[in-house]
Every structure is written in structure tokens, then in C-alpha cells.
Design a protein around this ligand. Structure first.
Ligand code: ZN
Length: 258
């Protein structure tokens, strides 16, 4: 388990305040306590973008998003459901999660009950992840290598850092907030430089944003990819890049200085 110094905790105070004040945008910091892999966006050199859907609270709206995705079979997305919704959806639509995996979509961790990971002890967070993972494996009826965590409220914390290191997870933040009016979200997506991570939820407005964005992405030859694809492309570029702030091991996955 990682060691935490008092200095680390002092630094965390600022991040915690930022997390409470405005969860949508957490600025990159020069000196940062987070040591686990952390992704704000992918490589700017690939013509791809990752759309993510958090919480997954309504199966009715979830089915609408799935139906929309079915119209674009080459497009893959990442869902970050809370654990409670995994058996709930499975009870209402048996095989739903396995079906999404078989269609090439990805599933990531978002805590079992939408609790701020910052207030959990490291042991509690690891237990929470294991509970969430067990629910997913149960629903899928097969093992599943979960790679990403989207922390509730997007709050980065020392506990999240430890959890990522203990369970080999990558913390997934985002570079485009998808929660606004659909035309505003579409314009933000249309300005993508490539490699952007878009955060949405399974809300009506996010469904409408997706309905506007998918045809535009397709017409303009953008790939809509899972977090894993975005991350793997990013790692490939980091290995070869000049001028990036990369070292060895975990550092390889840190955000490159642009
Ligand atoms: Zn959430």
C-alpha cells in the first residue's frame, strides 16, 4: 500500500476544496499528489473521442441510448454504472450488461452507491470496488478486467490514488463536460482536437446530445472509442513522444505537458 506523508495530506486539502466548489473542472496542477495512472484526455494525434455515461440510473433511458448505439455499430462507448444499478438492470433485462460487452462497449467502476471516494478509508474503497466488481462478474457470468474508475463528483483523492494502485485501475477524468444543453455539447464536441473524453450521464439531455453528436462524428470520420482504446493509443504515443513529461513505470501514463 502506498505511503502518505503529512505533506501529501496538506496538498490534498486544496484538491478537496476544488472538488466541492466545482466538480466539473479540476485544473491540472504543477505538483500533484496523484501517483496512479490518471487520464484527462487521450492522444491528440488520433482521430478518436471517448463518450462516457456515468451512473446509469434509468433503464428506460439506458435502453434509448442502447438503441441509438445500435444505429452506429462501429461506435463504442464506456458506461460507468454505480453498483446498485448492475443487479437492478440485470433483473429488469437479463443479460443487458453482457450484451453491451459483446457489442464492444466498456464498463468502468463508479462506486457501489455513488459515494465520494475521498471520504472512504482506503480499505473501505477497496472493499467497495470488490463489491462492485463482484456484482458485475455475477451479471456477466464471466470474469471482467475492469480498467477504469470514474470517481463520483470527479473528485481526485488520496484514497482514490491508493485504490487505483491496489487494484490496477486508471482514474478517468474528462476534457469535455457533456451535461449542458445538447446544442452547446455538440459545439464542444465539434471543436475536438481528438482524444477528448466526454462525460455524460444517462439523462434525457445527454441522450439528445448523443443523438446530435453521433451523426456528426460519423459524417466527419471520427471514431467513437472505448476508454481502453483511447488509453492504449495514448500510451503508444507516450512511448514515442518527444518533449513529454514521461519517466518510467506509472509515470508513463501521466498527462503529457502540452
Ligand atoms: Zn456519478
Amino acid at each position: 500500500m502506498a505511503n502518505f506523508s503529512r505533506r501529501d495530506f496538506l496538498k490534498i486539502g486544496g484538491a478537496a476544496l476544488l472538488g466541492l466548489a466545482g466538480t466539473r473542472f479540476i485544473p491540472k496542477q504543477e505538483e500533484f499528489f496523484f501517483e496512479a495512472p490518471l487520464l484527462w484526455h487521450g492522444s491528440r494525434s488520433y482521430k478518436n473521442i471517448a463518450i462516457t455515461y456515468d451512473d446509469c440510473n434509468s433503464i428506460v433511458r439506458f435502453h434509448k441510448v442502447e438503441a441509438l448505439l445500435n444505429e452506429f455499430p462501429e461506435f463504442k462507448v464506456t458506461f460507468f454504472p454505480i453498483g446498485l444499478n448492475i443487479p437492478d438492470f440485470q433483473n429488469k433485462d437479463k443479460g443487458i450488461w453482457k450484451r453491451l460487452i459483446e457489442k464492444g462497449h466498456e464498463i468502468g467502476y463508479h462506486t457501489y452507491e455513488h459515494v465520494n471516494i475521498q471520504v472512504m478509508s482506503p480499505v473501505a474503497a477497496i472493499m467497495d470496488f470488490d463489491r462492485w466488481q463482484a456484482a458485475l462478474v455475477d451479471a456477466l457470468e464471466m470474469d471482467y478486467p475492469t480498467r477504469f474508475v470514474r470517481p463520483p463528483y470527479n473528485i481526485l483523492s488520496p484514497t482514490l490514488d491508493i485504490l487505483c494502485q491496489e487494484r490496477g485501475l486508471v482514474a478517468a477524468e474528462f476534457s469535455i463536460g457533456g451535461g449542458g444543453a445538447p446544442d452547446v455539447v455538440l459545439r464542444a464536441i465539434q471543436k475536438t482536437k481528438g482524444g477528448d473524453i466526454v462525460q455524460m450521464h444517462i439523462r434525457t439531455e445527454d441522450y439528445e446530445s448523443s443523438k446530435l453528436a453521433f451523426p456528426w462524428l460519423k459524417e466527419n470520420n471520427w471514431d467513437l472509442v472505448t476508454m481502453s482504446k483511447l488509453y492504449d493509443d495514448y500510451l503508444r504515443e507516450q512511448v514515442n513522444a518527444d518533449g513529454c513529461d514521461v519517466e518510467a513505470g506509472n509515470e508513463l501514463t501521466r498527462t503529457c505537458v502540452e
